[in-house]
Ligand binder design. Sequence first.
Ligand SMILES: [Zn+2]
Length: 310
Amino acid sequence: MNWITKIIKAGEKIKTAFHERATKEDIAKSDWTSCCKGPILKKDLENNLFVCASCNKHHYISPTQRFDIMFGKNNWQKIESPQPPPDPYNWQDTKKYTDRLKDAKKITGQDNAILSCEAKINDIEVVVSAVNFKFIGGSISMAEGENVLASIQVAINKKCPYIFISASGGMRMMTNMLSLMQMTRMTVGINELRKHNLPYIVVATSPTTGGLTASIASLSDVCIGETGATWAFAGRRIVENTEKSQLPENFQTVEWAQKKGGQIDMVLDRKDIHPTLGTLLSILLKQNSVISSEQNETSEVSQSLTREAS
Ligand SMILES: [Zn+2]
């Protein structure tokens, strides 16, 4: 066998290996997925709230799956929000932005990256928004900003707490400045909640990064991190190159942020998030009712008191 034949045979082997590799569609349709110990039945994972029983890895779940886990199927009502013009810059990179949007809608079944609902936790009415990371990396653009503002308005109208479940790569580059503006708009929305003395809780799931960490995810009265979740602004490599130093293994996790930065108040397993939210809300609302009776209290003081209550 000469060297040309050898190369051709090797090429054929590589080709076969690639052909045999499962596609994304194959993986989605399969009953199996994988974790630390190899293949694991999706059904088994689902029965354990999509958390691996061996290594406690919290696998990604969509907002719909999370709402079903938190409130039970059919126990939450979707909040509709305005749909702004989708593509004002007529953006195209390797693909048209409008096509990316179409694909994201098809994959997630959502109109935009955020799904919001009205529900109850321990008989307490709440408004909850959750970000779908599978919708263009959970990036935030105008439709997502509108969704957050519409949800906050519902919370204010109903005088109930607002919960934000984050998972995002940041602001959406395809809509440029109009995306960045959403950081300010969402911040203004949270300030409106404060003016009405309503509790605001964040649940940081993986990954919470970029402009979301730099705005709405960092403004809560209480910030809960889901076990193992990434919590960051810039990516690890960027920080490493800037600092020119070796970063700890658990850098940019919610556990690290809780111990070192104090940005995360508590880290909880998925199963403990719902009951803890119930307890926290009971405490915060009781405290808020006391504060409301104090006519001269400023909203800043009220917030510090609700923090103390937690
Ligand atoms: Zn595992």
